[in-house]
Design a protein around this ligand. Structure first.
Ligand SMILES: Nc1ncnc2c1ncn2[C@@H]1O[C@H](COP(=O)(O)OP(=O)(O)OP(=O)(O)O)[C@@H](O)[C@H]1O
Length: 326
């Protein structure tokens, strides 16, 4: 069965189109990473999945039900960790989970859930006293109530320390192993890389890429980052490299050059430097990181939007190349 199916979905607010003609399919049991820069339309899409916001056009089916008519049923079968989850300050963590258990008509043991997310020792404290990470863990415990068929996690690692983020990923995998579908929105690319079967990248309300992380890497055409240590690099040498076919970005820091280029352009880069009188002391390459991919699909004019898995012509502009270095 298909867990999520959006067809031609568009959402216009008064003066902004947040989502435009979005087609998206997530299969049962998949862990789907929904990526995009600020304002891309991720939260609006999530709100439409839950019928909290109505699309201007298009259809949204979740767990086999049209949310326009079956929103209540969908929300009953879905666990949601919302972006910017707000606690009831005076209620304890346990009361929050008890409340979620009651409203879902479920029979979970609240303490077992609090234990699972690592805050059982704080179960009796008022949630208003919780740190940001503890609130996030509490929200996750509430989302897990009732063994939902679908988990929607909006920026779930926000506020979590590295150990918390790892625990959260383990919980996501366990839920997927149980058969749940997980729809996971994030800016934190490592989170997505580590846990998702497939990712979609949203930009200005449009899906500009959708594939496995591996597939996206291949789609950027085997783009690599070549790091060169060389004595005597001057502006002319940088310009010579920049003009080469297959080179999409060059940044220079003293005698260090970072070149974004197609795999088969590497030898041309080294030759061009040597022809320009530069002595190459050392060089090494690394494959595009997910960070590089994200920038390639979301920055500059390059990111195509006509079809899924369309690799941009050039995956990184100089700004992106700086990001690669940082
Ligand atoms: N209720 C609203 N009224 C008007 N505009 C809205 C409303 N909700 C969202 N928008 C606009 O829709 C666009 C998409 O916003 P959305 O919150 O969906 O993005 P996002 O990808 O979740 O961003 P972020 O990563 O910053 O949370 C933005 O331009 C935003 O200002």
């Amino acid at each position: 069965m298909t867990a999520i199916e959006l067809r031609g979905v568009r959402k216009e607010f008064a003066d902004v189109t947040a989502v435009r003609d979005l087609d998206l399919t997530v299969e049962d049991g998949e862990v789907y990473g929904f990526l995009g820069p600020n304002g891309a339309g991720k939260s609006t899409t999530i709100d439409m999945l839950l019928d909290l916001v109505r699309p201007t056009a298009g259809t949204v089916r979740v767990l086999g039900t049209d949310v326009a008519t079956g929103g209540v049923e969908v929300r009953q079968r879905t666990g949601v960790l919302p972006d910017g989850f707000a606690v009831y300050d005076r209620l304890s963590g346990r009361k929050h989970v008890e409340f979620a258990v009651e409203s879902k008509d479920a029979d979970d043991d609240p303490d077992a859930l609090l234990d699972r997310v690592g805050i059982l020792d704080a179960a009796d404290r008022s949630a208003g006293e919780y740190s940001k990470g503890m609130r996030q863990r509490l929200a996750l415990a509430m989302a897990l109530v009732g063994e939902p068929d679908l988990l929607i996690l909006d920026e779930p690692s926000s506020g979590l320390d590295p150990a918390g983020a790892k625990e959260m990923r383990e919980i996501v995998r366990t839920e997927a192993d149980r058969g749940a579908t997980v729809f996971f929105s994030s800016h934190v690319l490592e989170q997505v890389d580590a846990v998702c079967d497939r990712v979609g990248i949203l930009r200005d309300g449009e899906l500009v890429a959708e594939d496995s992380v591996e597939g996206l890497r291949e789609a950027v055409g085997g783009e690599e980052t070549l790091e060169v240590s060389a004595a005597g690099v001057d502006d002319d040498a940088v310009a010579a490299v920049r003009e080469l076919a297959g080179v999409s970005g060059v940044t220079r820091d003293g005698d260090e050059l970072v070149v974004n280029c197609a795999s088969d352009a590497k030898t041309d880069v080294i030759a061009a430097l040597e022809n320009a009188g530069v002595t190459v002391a050392d060089f090494h390459t690394r494959e595009a990181s997910l960070e590089d991919l994200f920038l390639a699909y979301t920055e500059g004019d390059a990111a195509g939007s006509e079809s899924d898995s369309t690799a941009p012509d050039r995956p990184a502009d100089d700004t992106a190349a700086e990001g690669v270095n940082s």
